[in-house]
Design a protein around this ligand. Structure first.
Ligand SMILES: C[S@@+](CC[C@H](N)C(=O)[O-])C[C@H]1O[C@@H](n2cnc3c(N)ncnc32)[C@H](O)[C@@H]1O
Length: 278
């Protein structure tokens, strides 16, 4: 099935509160990088993913960072604390942007702002940012080449784009993976690791790092499935309980899809050349 940006925005607007209620109440909603195969600490693993991307990108106090598909803003909050970098978050979901702004008021984070908008039509001047980051968001963009053009445009020459994203390692996707992995979150289609690099190179980027990390996504959904089951057993809200149990069931299917090569995850670091035309 092919989804539009509006389908994606509606899904994330409608499910934000449910995700917050069992996944992470502070809005950390991305794949974890686990310390070992029996590590079950999702929050620490999720922070490790952010630390890994920040280190690979070389983000520091003087950096001006754009987070595309920032969701509830957690990556920028962490970057501000750990590096002092200035940050802007952009997300298609007005619910997630509202949550990010509310949290920013609570934390009192300076030098960060949030904008509602799409990766395919960014409200920023060319060469605004030293770094663009993104965690598990760009797979949802129906017109991926357009989002790459936009990221290239808003990065300064020599700037780095460091991100994690979901992969579609093979072309043929079975009915169960289609239902539980793709359609469930309004994801139309993705790239394999090789196709992703070709698409980024086609947009003008130099590839510095491209690594598949599928074991970490499997572990993320194993841990999250258990968290959803635990939370479902203590909630009085019948609709929320049904949603969490359906999510937990999908987690089992997601692990099968990963082992079948129908779903993957990777991290990438690419650079806009110093002598880029735009
Ligand atoms: C899986 S969530 C990840 C959120 C966040 N990066 C995090 O780590 O918690 C994917 C996010 O991508 C956003 N998104 C999807 N399509 C987008 C687009 N075209 N432009 C900007 N954001 C988009 C969604 O609204 C959602 O917040």
């Amino acid at each position: 099935m092919t989804f539009t940006e509006q389908d994606v925005a509606d899904f994330f607007d409608q499910t934000t509160q449910t995700y917050l209620s069992f996944w992470d109440s502070e809005g950390v909603l991305h794949t974890g990088y686990f310390a070992s195969p029996d590590d079950e600490d999702y929050r620490a693993a999720a922070a490790r993913t952010s630390d890994l991307l920040a280190a690979e990108a070389g983000i520091e106090a003087s950096s001006r960072v754009l987070d595309v598909g920032c969701g509830c803003g957690n990556f920028l909050f962490e970057l501000a604390v750990k590096t002092g970098a200035e940050g802007t978050g952009l997300d298609l979901s007005s619910e997630r942007i509202s949550f990010a702004r509310q949290r920013q008021r609570e934390i009192g984070a300076q030098k960060i702002d949030f904008r509602h908008g799409s990766a395919t039509n960014m409200p920023f001047e060319p060469s605004t940012f030293t770094h663009v980051v993104s965690q598990d968001a760009l797979f949802l963009v129906p017109d991926k080449p357009r989002s790459h053009e936009e990221i290239f445009r808003v990065l300064r020459p020599g700037g780095l784009f460091a991100f994690s994203d979901f992969l579609q390692p093979r072309k043929e996707i079975g009915q169960r993976a289609r239902q539980h992995v793709y359609d469930r979150v309004r994801w139309s289609s993705g790239y394999s690791l090789i196709e992703y690099q070709q698409a980024l190179a086609g947009a003008g980027f130099e590839i510095l790092l491209a690594r598949s990390l599928r074991d970490h996504i499997s572990q993320t959904y194993r841990v999250l499935g258990q968290m959803a089951r635990d939370r479902a057993s203590t909630t009085d809200d019948a609709a929320a309980r049904d949603w969490m149990l359906a999510f937990a069931a999908s987690c089992g299917e997601i692990e099968i899809a990963i082992s079948e090569g129908e779903f993957g995850w990777g991290i990438f670091v690419v650079r806009k050349p110093e002598r880029a035309d735009s």
